[in-house]
Every structure is written in structure tokens, then in C-alpha cells.
Design a protein around this ligand. Structure first.
Ligand SMILES: *[C@@H]1O[C@H](CO)[C@@H](O)[C@H](O)[C@H]1NC(C)=O
Length: 190
């Protein structure tokens, strides 16, 4: 399963060729990509993008945009799973103290995070298989999850205990989506 992410052969060749003809070689894939997507999308913070993607990209040995898109989606998936665990602990630890309303919010956030993790994991597989449009749909759905989680607390006028988790997950999902959008744009241009 893991072998697929960084070996999208045809695309790799196609993109490499495109870059060779139309763009100078990119010495810093993560830095350049983060700068580009931050310029296109005000939701993307370039520094956060570089800090979070660089370790994952170098661990996976990514050297092209498709593999970076897949890795960023898996990173966001892992973050969603982590957020789900945080929500679970908050529910367990707050059992005596939380209102029924807060508990139901935490429960629905757990479900949203779980679904987001699944969607982002699937999206990574879709990218590895070259199905960028399908991946885009799954990622878009995951991008909405953190805001939906926050909305529950806001509507009830209670402070969200998952603000950091929601903000991190939103950023990471937006980054994965933006890289995929860039990939689609490049492919549609050639
Ligand atoms: C999510 O990702 C952010 C940024 O990389 C990190 O700081 C945070 O600890 C992660 N959260 C979880 C729950 O894994």
C-alpha cells in the first residue's frame, strides 16, 4: 500500500517533462509548493505548510507534486485521527462535568474527525492511482469537518475544547486540497 504513493509513474514522467520544458528545476519542492498555494489561497499559511509538510515529505522521499499531494493527505488523515482521540479523551474525562449538549458536540466532532480521516486516507490512495478529481471531492468534504465541529459549540454558546485540533486539521486538509488543485491545474494545462 505504501509503495504506491511515491510512484505514480506516468504522471511523474509527464510532470517531469512539463517542468523540464516550461519551468526551471525546483530545488525545494515543499518550499516552492507551499509558497505557491499560499499565494493562491488565503486559507493557507505558508510557514505552517512548510513546517508540517517538510518532515513528512522527506521521510517519504517525495520529489514530485503527486507524491507530495498524497503525503499531505495522509498527514491530514493522521491529524484527523489524532483529533478524534483528543475528542474521545475530552468526553471521557469530562463525563461528570460536561453538559449533555457539550457531550453531544464532542460526540459529533468525533464522528466528523473519523469520517475526515477516512476520506483523507482514501484521497491519498486515489492520488496514488491517478484519480485526482475523485481525491479532490474527498478532500473537500474533509476540509468542511473542522468548521462543522466548531459550529456545534458556537451554536450552543459554549467554548470549544477542540479549537486547536480544528484549526490544525483545517490547515492540513486545505493544504492537501490546494496541492491537488494545483496538480489538476497543471494537468489540464498540458
Ligand atoms: C496536527 O498537526 C499539527 C501541525 O503539524 C500538530 O501541531 C498537531 O500536534 C497535530 N495534532 C494531532 C492531534 O495529531
Amino acid at each position: 500500500m505504501t509503495t504506491g504513493y511515491c510512484s505514480v509513474f506516468f504522471l511523474y514522467l509527464l510532470l517531469q517533462q512539463s517542468f523540464a520544458i516550461h519551468e526551471p528545476a525546483a530545488p525545494d519542492l515543499v518550499g516552492d509548493t507551499c509558497k505557491q498555494i499560499a499565494g493562491d489561497d488565503p486559507n493557507v499559511d505558508s510557514a505552517f505548510c512548510v513546517d508540517s509538510l517538510r518532515p513528512a515529505a522527506s521521510a517519504a522521499g517525495c520529489d514530485d507534486l503527486p507524491s507530495l499531494a498524497a503525503v499531505s493527505s495522509r498527514l491530514a488523515a493522521a491529524n484527523a485521527t489524532g483529533a478524534e482521540a483528543v475528542a474521545k479523551v475530552a468526553l471521557e474525562e469530562g463525563d461528570q462535568r460536561l453538559s449533555q449538549y457539550e457531550k453531544s458536540c464532542l460526540e459529533s466532532c468525533r464522528e466528523l474527525f473519523s469520517k475526515a480521516a477516512y476520506d483523507l486516507e482514501e484521497a491519498a490512495e486515489m492520488i496514488a492511482a491517478g484519480s485526482f478529481d475523485d481525491a479532490d471531492v474527498r478532500m473537500s468534504s474533509a476540509v468542511d469537518a473542522p468548521a462543522m465541529c466548531e459550529e456545534g459549540f458556537r451554536e450552543g454558546g459554549v467554548e470549544s475544547p477542540l479549537e486547536k485540533e480544528d484549526s490544525d486539521l483545517f490547515q492540513l486538509a486545505v493544504i492537501a486540497l490546494a496541492i491537488t488543485a494545483r496538480l489538476l491545474k497543471i494537468l489540464n494545462t498540458y
